[in-house]
Design a protein around this ligand. Structure first.
Ligand SMILES: Nc1ncnc2c1ncn2[C@@H]1O[C@H](COP(=O)(O)OP(=O)(O)OP(=O)(O)O)[C@@H](O)[C@H]1O
Length: 254
């Protein structure tokens, strides 16, 4: 197996008395879609924010694409940061900017491009995520929830990243919109060779597109594997999550 593109070792996270991670290890492999699941408050979003350098862990090592995320020079971090894109919960678009300007924002911030080239590249990204041409100049507030997510995705791939981090991409979407977004993630992974780190509660997403799933519980990654492998484990939360009515429905087991 190739070296992991994301490598987390002995991660500790404490907020005062709240111990969130305690000895968490995780590997993410190039080209895979890894789903990250766990009960509410197990630290999925915190882990994502730590991997992308937005939050400092209490202890531990994080490497992305072979480079340390912590204790690195600001210049090295800026270079590394260009190699991933993030879609936060809800899309997190700038409300005062149009879709096009939102997609251009990372290009403005991190690349020195002539304006017409930047516009052309933004238009390509917007088309790639399946948004209509006329969405380009609209503010996020004029779009549906699904379209806003797509715009957030377009922004996440603005710099042609190698890794995309998605925090609950289907949350708040109706089942048809959620399935369409799942397909988009899988299509773009295939077309662009992305590695995808995907925090989700959505059982359908896990079934539809995740190659492997990492389970956060008890402050660590309790297990990683395919859903079939995880279903064999006897952990109570996993049994309830995957074996409960919604978990069974997602695999068509009624
Ligand atoms: N900046 C912060 N300061 C203090 N505590 C925080 C901070 N960010 C997160 N936490 C705490 O860390 C824990 C994990 O939060 P996190 O948002 O990662 O959970 P999660 O697994 O993503 O949950 P959910 O599935 O509900 O979104 C929670 O107890 C939360 O209150």
């Amino acid at each position: 197996m190739n070296d992991p593109v994301i490598k987390v070792r002995a991660l500790e996270t404490r907020f005062g008395d709240n111990v969130v991670h305690q000895g968490l290890d995780l590997d993410v492999h190039r080209g895979e879609i890894l789903g990250v699941i766990g009960g509410s408050g197990t630290g999925k979003s915190v882990l994502l924010r730590q991997i992308v350098g937005l939050l400092e862990p209490s202890a531990g090592e994080i490497e992305v694409l072979g480079e340390p995320v912590r204790d690195t020079s600001p210049e090295a971090f800026v270079r590394l940061r260009r190699r991933w894109g993030v879609m936060f919960q809800g899309g997190a678009l700038f409300s005062s900017l149009s879709v096009r300007e939102n997609v251009e924002a990372p290009m403005r911030e991190q690349m020195d491009l002539p304006e017409d080239l930047r516009r052309t590249l933004a238009a390509i990204k917007v088309r790639m995520v399946g948004l209509p041409e006329n969405a380009m100049n609209k503010p996020p507030s004029a779009l549906s929830g699904g379209m806003r997510k797509r715009a957030g995705f377009a922004r996440a791939i603005a710099l042609d990243p190698e890794i995309v981090f998605l925090d609950e991409p289907t949350a708040g979407l109706d089942p048809i919109g959620a399935a369409a977004l799942d397909s988009l993630v899988a299509q773009l992974r295939d077309a662009l060779g992305l590695t995808v780190f995907l925090v989700t509660h959505d059982l359908d997403t896990l079934h539809a597109i995740c190659d492997r799933v990492a389970v956060l519980a008890e402050g660590r990654v309790l297990a990683t594997g395919t859903l079939a492998e995880l279903r064999e484990l006897q952990h109570p939360w996993l049994q309830e999550y995957l074996g409960g009515p919604r978990g069974r429905a997602a695999i068509g087991a009624g």
